[in-house]
Design a protein around this ligand. Structure first.
Ligand code: SF4
Length: 357
């Protein structure tokens, strides 16, 4: 089991992060925030996929003025992402958002004071979001590229700025577009501060490379007990970000949600079409929220062992395909009938195992 680093507990809306609280999956909308209908629709889709905190970009007043309308229609905490404008930050707080994401160094000190005063009044936390691409000139100097050490320096400087204003309701992030710098920066910072850390790569890329890069970076840090919330940022539908985020947490047994499928890559020994069966099973189980382990295996070599560890399993065998439940063989059927049997058993399993919980 992973031993998590105990960070300061911070409240975001009706949720808490840090301490022993679960690591939460975050995402960000890519609709125009001023289009309330579209934005709420996307947030609902994200909530359904398992998003637990949602951030929206607030580039202008048209967007800032819609935040309370959005908040009223969603069930997860709403975070406003603000750059440079004090007035937008103040309006977002006024609209009732649950958290702000800013870069305090971007604001004149007297203006930052105003933001902090209002955030304190409304008891909302602030995330200091450090990105390698937008470090302060004084820290970057003549360098073209920010190093992990520079990112940490910037984070510590911003933390100090906020602490001087007696504001300690902070979450910190330190994002770079590559895994190595991100890992190094978070590791260094976690030795120097106890504020909860929001993990992510920035601009990780499209779905396939971005998911791999994020899994390596976030996985390495989580394995070290670092991280209180995560976001996988992909050039994709944000629903995919949430799915990848969950897979990362599930892979490390840090959270449980929905199905875990163990399926073999198939080989010459396979006596069933594992690929299409797996796709069909994934499709009908995608909205299940409770944990469920399913094995789909091509032959008996590893099939029986995996089947024994799963709640439900389909295992190819020489003549007839096996359907297993709770580790026992309960049916032997022809391959073309096995999916129908699986669906029936899945329904029964859900009814019997989960109805009383
Ligand atoms: S379970 Fe059987 S079919 Fe699947 S990869 Fe292993 S040996 Fe091949």
């Amino acid at each position: 089991m992973i031993k998590r680093r105990r960070t300061k507990i911070v409240k975001i809306g009706n949720l808490k992060i840090g301490g022993d609280f679960p690591i939460l999956v975050q995402s960000m909308t890519n609709t125009p925030t001023f289009n309330v209908e579209k934005t709420v629709k996307q947030i609902k889709q994200l909530e359904k996929a398992g998003c637990e905190i949602i951030r929206v970009g607030v580039p202008d007043f048209k967007s800032a003025k819609t935040l309370s309308k959005i908040k009223k229609q969603i069930d997860i905490p709403l975070v406003a992402d603000i750059h440079f404008s004090v007035d937008l930050a103040l309006e977002a707080i006024n609209q009732g958002v649950d958290k702000l994401r800013i870069n305090p160094g971007n604001f004149p000190k007297n203006k930052l004071k105003e933001i902090v005063k209002e955030a304190k009044k409304k008891k909302i936390p602030i995330r200091i979001g450090i990105n390698s691409g937008s470090l302060e000139k004084e820290i970057l100097g003549e360098h073209k590229m920010a190093t992990a050490e520079m990112m940490v320096k910037s984070a510590l400087r911003n933390i100090k700025l906020m602490e001087k204003l007696d504001f300690k309701d902070l979450v910190i992030s330190l994002k770079a577009p590559d895994a190595l710098r991100t890992i190094k920066a978070y590791k260094l910072l976690s030795q120097k501060t106890n504020y909860p850390l929001h993990l992510g790569l920035t601009e990780a890329g499209s779905k396939f490379p971005g998911s791999i890069k994020s899994s390596i970076a976030l996985g390495t840090l989580l394995l070290d007990g670092i991280g209180d919330t995560i976001r996988v940022s992909l050039t994709e539908d944000p629903v995919e970000e949430v799915k990848v985020g969950w897979e990362i947490l599930k892979s490390l047994d840090l959270r449980e949600r929905g199905i875990k499928i163990v399926s073999c890559p198939t080989c010459a020994r396979s006596s069933i079409d594992v690929v299409s069966l797996t796709k069909k099973v994934e499709k009908i189980t995608s909205e299940i929220k409770k944990p469920l382990r399913i094995a789909i295996m091509g032959c008996l070599v590893n099939g029986l062992g995996e089947g024994r560890e799963a709640d439900l399993a389909i295992v190819g065998a020489k003549d007839l395909t096996l359907m297993m439940k709770n580790g026992e063989i309960i049916h032997r059927a022809k391959e073309k009938e096995i999916f129908k049997i699986f669906k029936k058993e899945l329904r029964k399993y859900i009814k019997k195992s989960w109805s009383k919980k």
